[in-house]
Design a protein around this ligand. Structure first.
Ligand SMILES: Cc1cc2nc3c(=O)[nH]c(=O)nc-3n(C[C@H](O)[C@H](O)[C@H](O)COP(=O)(O)OP(=O)(O)OC[C@H]3O[C@@H](n4cnc5c(N)ncnc54)[C@H](O)[C@@H]3O)c2cc1C
Length: 460
C-alpha cells in the first residue's frame, strides 16, 4: 500500500507492481483525469526542473515518458545551451555540456505518470481517501495497514485497509510521526535548516516574435549576500512560468503587479523582467512559502515497525530552489526496486531501505544546507563552514572556466559525484578544510586518496 499519489507515490507504485500481487495507492484528493491543478499539489503552480539523473530513472521506470511530454510541447534541450543561469559571481558559460534535460509543467508530468500507473494491472488508485492513522499488529512490531475515511462520506466512517507493506509518500506535511507517537512508538528526530524564501509565480504567454533565446532562466540565491533570485521555465512553445524568489518580507504581495515588476527589475538577470514586461499573464500570481530543509531521521529510529517505509519529501524535503526533491525521490524508488529484488520479505526491508535512503539524501542535504546556513546569523558548525567554503570557491570560478562549469553541471544534475570537482583544487595547494569538505560531500573519498572515485552506491 502506498499513501499519497504524488510523484513519489506514483514511482513507488510502479516499483511495487513488479513484486506484489496487489498494490493500492490511497490519495486524499479526487484525482483529475488529465493535467490539472489540485489542492494536494500546490507546488505545481511553481516552476519545477527535474535534474538529468531523476529524468533518466523516470524514463527507465516508464519508458517513453519523455517523448510523451515532448509531444505535449515540453522541450528537450542541452542543460548548458538552454539554461541562462546567473550565478552569484557572474553568468554561467552558455555552451553545450552534453546533459539533456526537459522542462515541463508539473501537472503534465503527474498526469502522464498517473495514466501509466492506472494502466498497471496490479495497481489500484483509490482517490478521495484520507489516511488518518497507522494500523499496527498487536505487539506493535509490524505495520499492518492504515485507517482512514472516504472524503465523500459525511459521517467519516473509519475504514481499515490491511497491507503487507505500507509506504508513506505523503510529502513534506506527512503525519506519520504523530501516528507513531499515538501508537506509543518512537518518532524520528527532526533535522531542520530553515530558509525564509518565498516563491511568487505566474504563467505568461509570449507571441512568436517575443520568444527569448533561453528555455530556462535561473538566478541562484546564495545567502546572505545574494538573497533574491528567480526561475523561469518553458512549459511549451509559447508559455513561460516565471517565479520570483526572495525572503517573505522583501517580495511584494501577489496582487501588486507594479511592485512585482519593480522587484523583477532589481534582479541581476534581466530575463524575468523581460517576460513580465512583454508577455501576457494567463494565470493569477501564486505565492508559496518553501519552508527550508527538513529531514525526519527514520534511518536512526531505535526501533521501528517492520513493513513500513518512508520515501520522498515525507522522509527528506529540501529547499526547492536547488531542484533536488524529484530526483532524490526517484533515486529512492530505484533503491527500493533494487532491494526488493533481493529481499526475502517485506518485513526485513524497512531497516535496510531507510538506512540506504539516508545515504541518497546525504549529499543533496549537505549541498542545500551548506548554502542555506547563510540565512541564520548564528555560528555554523565547522563541517558546515568547510562545505560552504568549498562551494563558494567553486562558484567564484565558474563564470570564467567553462570546463569546470561542465563538471559542475554534471554534479548539479547528479550524474557525477562531487569528486569530479576536486581536480581544479588539486591544481593548486588544497586547503585542508576544502579537502575535508569534498570528502564529506563525496561520502567515501578518503583524505589519503582524494582522487579515488567514491564507492558509495548513489553514483552508480
Ligand atoms: C515551490 C516549489 C518548487 C519546487 N521545485 C522543484 C524543482 O524544481 N525540482 C525538484 O526536483 N523539486 C522541486 N520541488 C520539490 C518537489 O515538489 C517535491 O520534492 C516533490 O513534489 C515531492 O513529491 P512527494 O510525492 O514526495 O510529495 P507531494 O508532492 O507532496 O505528494 C504527497 C501526496 O500525498 C497526498 N496526501 C497527503 N496526506 C495524505 C493523507 N493523509 N492521505 C492520503 N493522501 C495524502 C497529497 O494529496 C499528495 O498527493 C519544489 C517544491 C516547491 C514547494
Amino acid at each position: 500500500m502506498v499513501i499519497g499519489a504524488g510523484f513519489t507515490g506514483l514511482l513507488t507504485a510502479r516499483v511495487l507492481a513488479g513484486h506484489f500481487d496487489r498494490v493500492t495507492v490511497l490519495e486524499r484528493d479526487e484525482l483529475p483525469a488529465g493535467a490539472a491543478h489540485r489542492s494536494g499539489l500546490p507546488q505545481a503552480r511553481h516552476p519545477h526542473g527535474m535534474l538529468a539523473r531523476g529524468a533518466r530513472i523516470v524514463e527507465d521506470l516508464f519508458p517513453g515518458v519523455r517523448a510523451e511530454l515532448a509531444a505535449q510541447g515540453a522541450p528537450v534541450f542541452d542543460f548548458g545551451a538552454g539554461f541562462a543561469t546567473r550565478l552569484p559571481y557572474g553568468w554561467a558559460p552558455r555552451r553545450p555540456v552534453g546533459i539533456e534535460v526537459q522542462s515541463f509543467d508539473q501537472t503534465h508530468l503527474e498526469a502522464v505518470l498517473r495514466a501509466r500507473v492506472r494502466d498497471l494491472p496490479r495497481v489500484e488508485l483509490l482517490d478521495g481517501f484520507t489516511v488518518e492513522g497507522l494500523h499496527l499488529s498487536a505487539d506493535l512490531r509490524r505495520a499492518a495497514g492504515v485507517t482512514g475515511h472516504r472524503r465523500a462520506d459525511p459521517g467519516r466512517t473509519p475504514v481499515r485497509i490491511e497491507a503487507d507493506l505500507t509506504v508513506d509518500a505523503t510529502g513534506r506535511r506527512s503525519r506519520l510521526p504523530g501516528w507513531l507517537t499515538a501508537a506509543g512508538l518512537p518518532s524520528p528526530r527532526r533535522l531542520e535548516v530553515p530558509s525564509p524564501l518565498v516563491y511568487s509565480s505566474r504563467m505568461y504567454e509570449l507571441t512568436g516574435d517575443q520568444v527569448p533565446d533561453w528555455l530556462v532562466a535561473f538566478e541562484m540565491t546564495l545567502p546572505p549576500s545574494v538573497d533574491r533570485g528567480g526561475a523561469a521555465i518553458t512549459v511549451d512553445g509559447t508559455r513561460r512560468l516565471v517565479s520570483l524568489v526572495a525572503p517573505a518580507d522583501e517580495l511584494p504581495p501577489p496582487r501588486d503587479d507594479e511592485a512585482l515588476r519593480r522587484f523583477a527589475a532589481t534582479l541581476r538577470s534581466p530575463h524575468f523582467a523581460e517576460v513580465m514586461e512583454r508577455g501576457r499573464p494567463v494565470s493569477p500570481v501564486y505565492r508559496c512559502v518553501v519552508g527550508g530543509n527538513l529531514w525526519l531521521r527514520y534511518d536512526r529510529l531505535p526501533s521501528r515497525p517492520d513493513g513500513l517505509l518512508v520515501l520522498g519529501d515525507a522522509f527528506c524535503a529540501f529547499n526547492p530552489v536547488y531542484g533536488q526533491g524529484l530526483t532524490v525521490a526517484a533515486l529512492q524508488a530505484r533503491l527500493l526496486a533494487r532491494l526488493l529484488r533481493t529481499a526475502d520479505g517485506p518485513g526485513r526491508l524497512a531497516h535496510r531501505f531507510q538506512r540506504r535512503a539516508a545515504r541518497i539524501a546525504l549529499v543533496p542535504w549537505l549541498t542545500a544546507t551548506a548554502a542555506d546556513r547563510g540565512w541564520s546569523a548564528g555560528p555554523a558548525s565547522r563541517p558546515a563552514r568547510m562545505t560552504r567554503s568549498f562551494l563558494d570557491g567553486i562558484l567564484r570560478r565558474l563564470p570564467d572556466e567553462p570546463e569546470l562549469y561542465t563538471r559542475f553541471a554534471r554534479v548539479q544534475n547528479m550524474v557525477a559525484s562531487p569528486a569530479v570537482l576536486l581536480r581544479p583544487l588539486l591544481g593548486r595547494p588544497v586547503r585542508r578544510a576544502e579537502g575535508c569538505a569534498v570528502a564529506r560531500l563525496c561520502g567515501r573519498v578518503t583524505r589519503r586518496h582524494p582522487r579515488s572515485p567514491p564507492s558509495a552506491g548513489i553514483w552508480r
